[in-house]
Design a protein around this ligand. Sequence first.
Ligand SMILES: Cc1ncc(COP(=O)(O)O)c(C=O)c1O
Length: 389
Amino acid sequence: MSNNKFETKAIRTQLEHSQFQEHSTPLYLTSSFVFEDAEEMRASFTEEKERNIYSRFSNPNTSEFVEKVVQMEGAENGYAFATGMAAVFSTFAALLNSGDHIVSARSVFGSTHSLFTKYFPKWKITTSYFDIHKPEEIESYIQPNTKILYAESPTNPGVDIVDLELLGNIAKKHNLLLVIDNCFATPYIQQPIKFGADLVIHSATKLMDGQGRVLGGVVVGKTELIREIYLFSRNTGPALSPFNAWVLSKSLETLAVRVDKHCENALNLATFLESHNQVSKVKYPFLKSHPQFKIAKKQMKLGGNIIAIELKGGLEAGKKFLNTIKMCSLSANLGDTRTIVTHPASTTHSKLSSDEQLAAGITPGLVRISVGLEHAVDIVEDINQALTK
Ligand SMILES: Cc1ncc(COP(=O)(O)O)c(C=O)c1O
């Protein structure tokens, strides 16, 4: 399997057939598994025998889903979670001790930011933030107790690009764990492990499901780190449900074709918006005008499906835009077949102060567009009428 191409791995990584010889993997909707006798049960619990015991620990459907992501990211091992945030929280909670320190990009997803600022300080875990536009400053935030270097790329919602190779080199030099949230890119577009990441996290809720149906999360990377995360999760219980794992594993079979089309539609819309007279700024990684265009080209196969635009007229223009949209959805999700428009300042990042919002690159007129799979012409038409009306 390891020599096969991405699309083939996504489709042909599959559980062994059951006695029914089904073509498509069945759903193993079971909370536990049975044993032949006391000896088999004992050996399973001591891990002398590798097998499923209880679906909080593992389940055939979650194993298939995880194995696909492991193959796609070029990782050694992985564990799946009920949500992306469960994956983010459990990764930190499993690997950090009281007194440890994180160096993170300032622009990270709102709930991840809340973990760093509101919850981790309760356990004396502190965080310093670097500005992704000043990568030369990153090393100055590293302390003797720094354990994890953390970033998303592209970022949510500003669609900025972080140089993964640079982070990989810094992590190696200072003996830090590099953890990358690769949710916006998906493993089809970018594989952070190639640049030195130790762990890669996904909210599978986004492009991995891609159809706005189920929540899920996954972390993949080095076996010894995944082992810690697994032991933590086996006891604390953030496991992905077998049903959602089954849905997600099926979705991964079409990830490449879906993401190709998402990116084609997004580049088309971004190019159109660049010359729109109601838009003061368009940020899309594969537009030459993107500040980190060269880095995006170096580490990404395609530009992704998220566009950030700045409306002339700020907050009021943003509200009017959302109220005038006809086809696109006003929704908190992203990476769906349906194009979604959001206004981060009043939604996902509303819990941050206005100074914190600005520091994270969220201006009052910032609108995030998650470009879907509707016909490119219809997407452009709806966005255009909302901008011009
Ligand atoms: C970059 C990023 N990481 C993590 C998450 C959290 O994922 P979930 O909503 O599945 O918990 C999100 C959700 O939007 C996200 O955009």
